[in-house]
Design a protein. Sequence first.
Length: 145
Amino acid sequence: MTPIAKNDFYTLRVDAEKNRIYYKVVGYWPSPLDVPNFLTDIKKSLRLVQKGFTMLLDFTAAEVHPSDVEKLRVEAQRKLVKAGLFKAARVVSVDFTTGLQMELMSSKSKMKYKDFRDMEEAEEWLDRKTKKLSKKKLKKLFGVF
């Protein structure tokens, strides 16, 4: 596991062998100025995975963000989708308002995901999905490798 970033607002790690990005959001992000390296950290993560990568998103400690932070996170999600995200598993809390904001951001970025309440269950789902992923299917989904 390769650590990319860890701060008061998020953690990013990459498991290149699984071709997976692990992203945890923590608390409230007051402003994009509080996370000046966020997009750079996303790009660093993307350099360590290949098209067809998966992502495990831990939003259990996330809080609703202001609209300028939401725009930043939508931009990051668009970069992930464009880079060849195959599947994402999102672990969420029961906070209805935060969940609605996460859904809105994902619809804007076209990021596909499945919600879970448990990290282990989410990871197992991603593992099952990637076992079924052949080179032929990757080529069909993302073009030439």
